[in-house]
Design a protein around this ligand. Sequence first.
Ligand code: UDP
Ligand code: MG
Length: 307
Amino acid sequence: MKKISFVIPVYNEEENLPVLYKKLKEIYDQLQQTYNAELLFVNDGSKDNSWQIIKKLSETDSRVKGVLFSRNFGHQMALTAGYDHANGDAVISLDADLQDPPELIQEMIKQWEVGFHIVYARRSSRNDGFFKDLTAFVYYKLLHLVAQVPIPQHVGDFRLLDKSVLTVINQFREQARYLRGMVAWTGFSHTFIDFKRPERIHGTPAYTWSKSIQLAFDGLANFSLFPLRIAAFVGFFVIMTGSLMFAYITFDAFLHGTRYPLFKWLVTVIYIFMGVQFLLMWLLGEYIGRMYDQQKNRPLYIVQEKI
Ligand code: UDP
Ligand code: MG
């Protein structure tokens, strides 16, 4: 029988865990005929009773497994640990707060059986407040525009991965982790299931603004050299405008005999050289970017099949 692993990062979710477990149990009891299952909770340094709850669940249900972090390492690291420990033929990652509705799981498995390696759950609407919705919208557009590989928009970490994708992802040991980018980077066949993202049932989002911004920047920096190339745009702009200015005062001085004080000449020349500095900074950035890419040590290519 094939095995499905569920990976659930947990940070202060004591109120949600029993509810989530009940729902997941219902689902995998139905799947029991066709699939084995394992429920892998990764406790990311919770300060509440989450770990005790996971422990208790594992005593009554042998399919429940737990990994306890020594401190809070963050959502992406918790997911990574879950991926490292999961040994199913397909792995489904979902949040503990029921914002990733378990009702979608059966459809995800169905799509996987059809042959898709990656099944994304896509948020057709969000309910995180106007400002978060707006920033998410702008961010996904920007990321889509500048990323080296197309990263699907409005897709969080609720997804199913085939074992072959997981094997590849687990080779990525980069420190700054943006898993949804890494998954997209692999390029395996994928499909989407749309859903309305409900609100959290208990507790407060553990994702503070600063954590969200950090994650957003990890996405940009890890999958695009755009931030680094801003220096090139600034440099070209400054050199172009500076040269026009220089040309203007030169012609004015020689054709019309206008006398410009020395400081005006100097300001123009210094301005142009500022542009040159930006260009050189960009050049340095290109090398640093390459070193960064090299140091991430991702696989050079991914083979899907050999005949
Ligand atoms: N989480 C985690 N470590 C953290 C923050 C969050 O493991 O440092 C878990 C959390 O328990 C939940 C999931 O990651 O299962 C998503 O977190 P949250 O609901 O706060 O994010 P949001 O839904 O606001 O994106
Ligand atoms: Mg949530």
